[in-house]
Design a protein around this ligand. Structure first.
Ligand SMILES: Nc1ncnc2c1ncn2[C@@H]1O[C@H](COP(=O)(O)OP(=O)(O)O)[C@@H](O)[C@H]1O
Ligand SMILES: [Mg+2]
Length: 365
């Protein structure tokens, strides 16, 4: 088979996958994987290095897409509880480091001090009687890299990353949610080092005053498990992320619990340039003016910038699929995508101000 034939096969799989993505995610997943495999095969067949890189990127792209195909229901042969367990707690060693996150230098430094150094030098902390226990709560507008930061923290200190889908706990574990929280901490204790991450923690740790009975029990269980977490003894730490910090039960925001609150803000000019760089690095581009892109995206989040890069790539991609000419992504594609997207951060600040006033909270935004 020639590289062209393999690529053609890959494109056919990719088209079919896109057609079934909505209606039949498991089938789409298989098709995306076949597309990735065929691109990989084509890459192995070509002797042109540039083309090989491009084909490998396509392969990776479709492999990543295959991971986005989430089944509507539990797959056959897997009982409901097993499927839920699998979805709700995910243990992994993440593959993303601080270098993959643009800007946020102060936040990274704060995380180094409160998590990474205590993990790396427990003896020194013990020697000086400094306890480094307690959790870190990342808060700020959506899409600013909170989830990325949590993953990268685990990677930076070589810890297992135990990520808990909090919305899942609420909807699926009514009645046994506390046991579920217990199981999460048990899982953490199995590893030499781990970081337990509660993403969108507002959905389980809301103000107890407002909470329904079972939600109160979850908060109480979290409090019980978090009290006495100490890196000197227990080799795990807890991180949480939320777009709505004012909703988090104030009892959880005390020293020893989520004692360290870290505001993850939208990126500044230099950070926006590096975020564009990160998201264009693996794509074929020509003559990119990063300063202009950064100037045009003041107030945009990292997620907005990532979406702009993806949208810009779709233009030459569409052309390549229809006319089989492969041109690089250029400034006109990026400017076009930028014009079509506005900042998703502004609305957050007005909501945040209103809510903080309403609760008389002291959170700094
Ligand atoms: N600082 C950043 N550097 C690089 N990419 C970013 C950054 N912030 C956000 N992104 C992009 O936006 C996506 C969403 O980020 P995420 O961490 O999930 O945001 P949050 O958890 O704050 O809502 C990421 O997958 C990444 O592609
Ligand atoms: Mg997130």
């Amino acid at each position: 088979m020639t590289p062209e034939e393999s690529s053609a096969k890959a494109r056919a799989f990719a088209r079919k996958a896109a057609d079934t993505h909505e209606s039949n995610p498991p089938a789409a997943k298989m098709l995306y994987l076949k597309a990735a495999e065929s691109y990989n095969e084509a890459a192995g067949l070509t002797s042109n290095l540039k083309e090989r890189d491009e084909l490998m990127e396509w392969s990776e792209h479709f492999f990543n897409l295959s991971k986005t195909c989430v089944p509507h229901a539990a797959p056959e042969g897997m009982c409901g509880a097993e499927a839920e367990e699998e979805e709700l707690v995910l243990t992994e060693i993440p593959n993303i480091s601080f270098d993959d996150i643009g800007g946020l230098e102060e936040v990274k430094e704060q995380i180094r001090k409160s998590i990474i150094y205590p993990f790396e030098h427990p003896d020194i902390y013990k020697h000086y009687g400094v306890s480094a226990g307690g959790g870190v709560l990342l808060y700020g507008p959506p899409g600013t890299g909170k989830t990325l930061l949590a993953k990268a923290t685990a990677k930076e200190c070589g810890a297992a990353f135990i990520s808990v889908k909090t919305s899942g706990i609420m909807s699926k574990f009514v009645g046994e949610s506390e046991q579920h929280i217990k199981r999460v901490f048990e899982e953490a204790r199995k590893h030499p080092r781990s970081i337990i991450f509660f993403d969108e923690i507002d959905s389980i740790a809301g103000r107890r005053a407002d909470a329904e009975g079972f939600a109160k029990r979850i908060v109480n269980e979290l409090l019980a498990q978090m009290d006495g977490v100490d890196t000197g003894e227990d080799r795990y730490l807890v991180m949480g992320a939320t777009n709505e910090p004012w909703e988090i039960d104030p009892a959880l925001r005390r020293p020893g619990r989520f004692g360290t609150m870290v505001h993850v803000k939208e990126p500044d000019g230099t950070a926006r340039e590096s975020i564009f760089g990160i998201h264009l690095k693996h794509r074929p581009c020509k003559k990119i003016d990063y300063q202009t892109l950064s100037a045009l995206t003041e107030g945009y989040s990292g997620a907005d910038i990532s979406a702009i890069c993806e949208e810009a790539a779709l233009v030459p991609l569409g052309e390549a699929l229809t006319c089989s000419v492969r041109r690089d992504i250029d400034m006109s594609d990026l400017l076009h995508a930028t014009n079509h997207r506005s900042s998703s951060v502004d609305a957050w600040y007005s909501d945040a101000e209103r809510m903080i006033k309403k609760y008389g909270d002291s959170i700094v935004i």
